[in-house]
Write a protein that binds this ligand. Structure first.
Ligand code: BDP
Length: 708
């Protein structure tokens, strides 16, 4: 076991009764119809069911006995004749039904969809059911995605480096493409299809125009051809200045006729090779990227120009709202709303505006982005970060399901109570015609795909929530553990418990009480709340917490930056009042005295010490809990996780001590008795650097504190 199989593992079912039930039900796969996706569905069922039943599941042309799994689209005669056919229509092109049925007096299991890809999704739903050792009695599985475009965003560069990647190099081997197709491309596609992901942006948002040149487009085409039967469309990032850089034009002004023509020609060229190309993802006028504002134009002008080129081919533009600039207002987090809200209604119908979950930048915890609910005439896409840039990268175990669920369930109040972010992005609130969600991928060429065994769960939960944002992250954790490790309750229960407490533990030992962005510069891995040396104020941790001798926190109320006014009144009032703001976000919205009391009854300083300490203790508990599964899962994956938990435990203590040493030095307050004293001085922590450079020793190896 290396982890390379992800959650697509099919060991023989160890429960005799269940095994017998499965062996009787899964004797052969009967495919009705032809097509590449159907072939894949058939092969997946043969592989998966053979493994799970410990036998050889055959393929057959007709139902000639009990034990057939019949797969086909609504158009297949065998499906048309079944009672379920009447219910298929309502499920849309990607929906599926998997049900026990009767064909010619023989009991069968039917896997049906309106399209071949629907059948493939049904196939994976059936396999998931069987991987969880669930009964087949009254089997009835239904699914149809609530969000149309469920996309991974790879921040992969053409030299195979990955921005914020912690799992090795990019899986796209550009130099070997198109001639050589790594087997990983298919494995990647089937993993995505198994959780319903139907799009992939191959390239970094900090884009390189080269990918739009003819030689790269043939490589992109080769990947698109592999992904197509898995229902996955390919997208690219479009560098706004491409007409200048690779087109020999003197401008990239979106109102210039030659520029428009250049993009139209480029898009036509792409579709000649890739007829189902998804479209462009664009980061413009943000962190130094070129964009329409360079020419005095708006984001809408830029997006619409690309949208016009893509529209005849049904392509879309996903235009990012992650913008902030040097000249931004005194509160960086306000800029996206200020730039985009006035443009609501000005975008072409094939443009989506993509906002990160929070207004800052993928922090362990921040409030939901105020644009959600504020753009009723512009489809908003939600961008989540699966790669854990600010949450301990590859090493720290942090299951992101609860973070994703927190934002999806956040109530924007845009249309009254119940106007959750999920309802904004699934289009039901504002009746968006197009809907999308994006996750910044955590995939690389590491054997285990994601740099750690447990980070696979974050890829998985993203896909499952993208398919249905109303699912519970705990239920998803459980299904992932069952597929990935074991169905034995003595494994499932503790591992789910670890996963469900992990993100909150990390918030506690890194950024409790609404602190944000106090990670070290560049690497964003270890603590650096004291840092204040970067040229742009809003890149420095001290800008975010503003701690001094008397108080700490960023005043975003009406007496401060008034960022709270960007939310619907109900939400703004809750966040804006000290009485109602949750302790979890207090320092994000308020400036409070060190001795002020919080809802817990403790002072701000006491609560800070309490939460930092609790975070370390929680990792200790996670570590102990993990020990209980030793011998119940394979040794390699067990020790991989154990080793990382040890690092995490040490580094949680490092985070706690470094942050408390710094905040204590500013507030002149001591760690109260009853809590572990700080292991080292502030200057010791300030002398540590922890780049995410695999060639350098990990912090845990240079840090000498005692984790508990
Ligand atoms: C920040 C990352 C940076 C990305 C940027 C973005 O540090 O690498 O380019 O977000 O989303 O979180 O564009």
């Amino acid at each position: 076991e290396t982890g390379a199989d992800l959650w697509l593992r099919y060991p023989k079912v160890p429960i005799p009764g269940r095994l017998a039930e499965y062996q009787a039900a899964f004797k052969r796969v009967v495919k009705s119809g032809t097509g590449a996706s159907l072939d894949i569905a058939e092969a997946e069922l043969v592989k998966g069911l053979s493994g799970l039943t410990g036998g050889t599941v055959a393929t057959g042309a007709a139902v000639d006995g009990p034990g057939a799994v019949v797969i086909g689209t609504a158009a297949a005669d065998v499906i048309k004749g079944l009672p379920l056919a009447a219910r298929l229509g309502a499920l849309g092109p990607e929906g599926y039904l998997v049900e026990a049925a009767d064909i010619g007096g023989q009991p069968v299991i039917a896997v049906a969809g309106n399209t071949e890809v629907g059948v493939l999704y049904g196939t994976f739903a059936l396999l998931r059911h069987v991987q969880s050792h669930s009964a087949l009695d009254k089997l009835s599985l239904t699914g149809s995605p609530k969000i149309g475009h469920r996309i991974l965003n790879h921040w992969d560069n053409l030299d195979r480096s990955v921005e914020r990647g912690y799992a090795g190099r990019s899986i796209w081997d550009w130099s070997a493409l198109p001639g050589t197709l790594s087997p990983r491309y298919k494995d990647y596609a089937r993993a995505n299809a198994s959780i319903g992901i139907n799009g992939t942006v191959l390239t970094n948002v900090n884009a390189n125009a080269q990918v739009l040149t003819p030689s790269y487009l043939t490589k992109v085409k080769a990947l698109a051809d592999v992904f197509r039967p898995y229902g996955i469309k390919v997208y690219l990032t479009a560098r706004f200045s491409a007409p200048v850089e690779i087109g020999n034009l003197s401008t990239a002004d979106p109102t210039n006729a030659s520029v428009k023509q250049w993009w139209t020609n480029k898009v036509n060229e792409i579709y000649q090779q890739i007829p189902d190309f998804g479209g462009f993802l664009v980061k413009a006028n943000s962190e130094g990227q070129p964009g329409p504002q360079d020419y005095g134009r708006t984001h809408a002008d830029g997006a619409n120009m690309l949208a016009d080129a893509l529209a005849p081919h049904d392509g879309i533009v996903i235009w990012r709202a992650f913008v902030y600039s040097d000249t931004s207002p005194p509160d960086r987090i306000k800029q996206a709303y200020e730039e985009f809200k006035p443009l609501d209604g000005k975008f072409k119908s094939n443009v989506l505006v993509q906002a990160k979950n929070g207004p800052l930048d993928f922090q362990p915890r921040e409030p939901f982005h105020p644009l959600f609910g504020a753009m009723p005439k512009t489809p908003l896409a939600l961008e989540l970060q699966i790669t854990k840039e600010y949450l301990g990268e590859d090493t720290h175990l942090a299951y992101l399901g609860p973070l994703f669920e927190e934002v999806l369930k956040a109530d924007t109040y845009a249309g009254g109570e119940g106007s959750t972010v999920a309802r904004v992005i699934d289009g039901t609130l504002h009746k968006y015609a197009t809907t999308a969600i994006s996750g910044v991928a955590n995939v690389g060429d590491d054997t285990n795909w994601t740099g750690s065994q447990m980070n696979q769960a974050n890829w998985y939960v993203y896909g499952r929530l993208a398919w249905n944002p109303d699912l519970s992250s705990e239920a998803i954790a459980e299904e992932w553990v069952r597929q990935t490790f074991s169905n034995d309750p003595v494994v499932v229960e503790p591992v789910v418990q670890i996963m469900m407490q992990s993100r909150e533990a990390l918030v506690d030992y890194m950024t409790p009480l609404g602190l944000v962005h106090i990670m070290g510069n560049d690497h964003h891995y270890g603590p650096g709340p004291w840092l204040n040396s970067l040229s742009r104020v809003e890149w420095n941790p001290v800008y975010y917490h503003k701690a001094d001798a008397n108080s700490i926190g960023f005043n975003r109320t009406s007496s401060g930056s008034n960022a709270v006014a960007q939310y619907a009144a109900q939400v703004g009032q809750t966040f804006g009042s000290r009485d109602t703001v949750p302790d979890d976000l207090v320092l994000f919205f308020h400036r409070v005295g060190w001795q002020d009391k919080l809802k817990s009854g403790r002072t701000v300083w006491e609560e800070l010490v309490h939460r930092y300490s609790q975070g370390v203790d929680e990792v200790g508990v996670m570590r102990e809990t993990w020990k209980s599964v030793e011998g119940r899962i394979d040794g390699k994956r067990f020790s991989d996780v154990s080793d990382f938990l040890q690092i995490q435990h040490y580094e949680a203590r490092w985070w706690r001590d470094a942050c408390l040493a710094y905040f204590g030095s500013v507030s002149k307050l001591q760690v109260p008795s009853g809590y572990a004293p700080l292991a080292n001085t502030l200057s010791f922590y300030q002398g540590l650097r922890c780049p995410s450079d695999p060639k350098k020793p990990r912090c845990s190896q240079v840090y000498t504190g005692n984790p508990s």
